[in-house]
Ligand binder design. Structure first.
Ligand code: SF4
Length: 317
């Protein structure tokens, strides 16, 4: 990304280059027809091109699940790892190469079940990366099993009589983790909102957690139909420096002004599930990132010799 105020004359030819969607396209996606993952992929390709994130400076890390195929469909660096383990891999990448743009793509089971410990601590670490939760409310790759976000009573292969437990609320749960710095929610069937949210997340310096409601027509067809057919059940959270989507003004009129620096207000908005709220719930741009707080002092070779000598002197008789 080119920093605001940077003179174009000071940039290398590669940095001055403008990117298009085709710079980020890779192989043809193999998701089912109508899968919401495709919408997220296209928005992400647009974002990378528009924000000028060079393919060789960008890394996508995924776990296991339908969403895990994301890195295969982008012409950037990618790492398709183990179930639930995308976040520690991405943290390692970012700590070793803080100059890279790092994105993590996870499914609901991937992030909030087997990967739950990593999700909690990645939020607390506040490493500068974007974590996308593609939440279709079910394990799709393993063909319709109950996930942590499956609605209570919804029948699946593993719980044919209906999911036993109330679902986990990814937004309120993340807002309850110490040191959370950016928490947002969007829906892939609203591309302008999805794009604006991804853009805000990518510009945040810190751990940006974005829950994306994602349709899975193969196994949970109609699970979000109510929200799609009745936009009045969706409330867009707005702020002058937040996610504003003029393209949805005619269709999505229910809006709420919310100060994203107010954590208590963010938590109470997230816990109230009477309507589906989309937008930035919480953002604190001043929290130090993990790579800053753990940064070791930099010393020249001469300084290192002097420090070593000083340390050895302490043990001299
Ligand atoms: Fe998408 Fe569902 Fe098919 Fe997986 S099973 S590719 S989530 S539609």
């Amino acid at each position: 990304m080119i920093a605001a105020g940077t003179s174009l004359l000071s940039l290398s030819p590669e940095e001055q280059r403008e990117y298009t969607l085709t710079d980020f396209e890779s192989q043809m996606p193999r998701w089912c027809p109508g899968c919401g993952d495709s919408s997220v992929l296209v928005s992400m390709q647009r974002l990378l091109a528009n924000e000028g994130m060079a393919p060789d400076q960008t890394v996508f890390v995924s776990g296991i699940g339908c969403s895990g195929r994301f890195p295969h469909y982008l012409n950037t660096y990618g790492f398709h790892g183990l179930h639930g383990r995308a976040l520690p891999v991405a943290t390692g990448v970012k700590l070793h190469r803080p100059d890279l743009n790092v994105f993590v793509v996870m499914g609901d089971g991937d992030c909030m079940s087997i990967g739950a410990g990593h999700w909690v601590h990645a939020t607390r670490y506040n490493t500068d990366m974007v974590a996308l939760l593609l939440d279709n409310n079910v394990y799709g790759l393993t063909k319709n099993q109950t996930s942590p976000t499956t609605p209570q009573g919804h029948p699946t292969l593993t719980q044919p009589g209906g999911s036993y437990l109330p679902p986990l609320n990814p937004v309120s749960a993340t807002l309850g983790i110490s040191n959370a710095s950016f928490v947002a929610q969007t829906a892939e069937w609203l591309p302008p909102h999805l794009y604006a949210t991804l853009q805000a997340a990518s510009r945040h310096k810190g751990f940006s957690f974005v829950r994306i409601m994602q349709r899975c027509p193969k196994f949970v067809d109609n699970i979000f139909s109510n929200y799609i057919e009745h936009p009045e059940l969706i409330e867009l959270i707005e702020h002058e420096d937040g996610v504003t989507v003029p393209a949805l003004e005619r269709t999505h009129k229910v809006r709420r002004q919310h100060d994203p620096s107010d954590l208590d207000a963010a938590r109470s908005l997230a816990e109230d599930e009477e309507v589906l709220r989309l937008g930035i719930f919480y953002r604190d741009a001043d929290r130090p990132t993990y790579e800053t707080t753990r940064a070791l002092p930099q010393h020249s070779a001469q300084e290192k010799l002097e420090l070593l000598s000083e340390e050895l002197d302490r043990h001299a008789i």
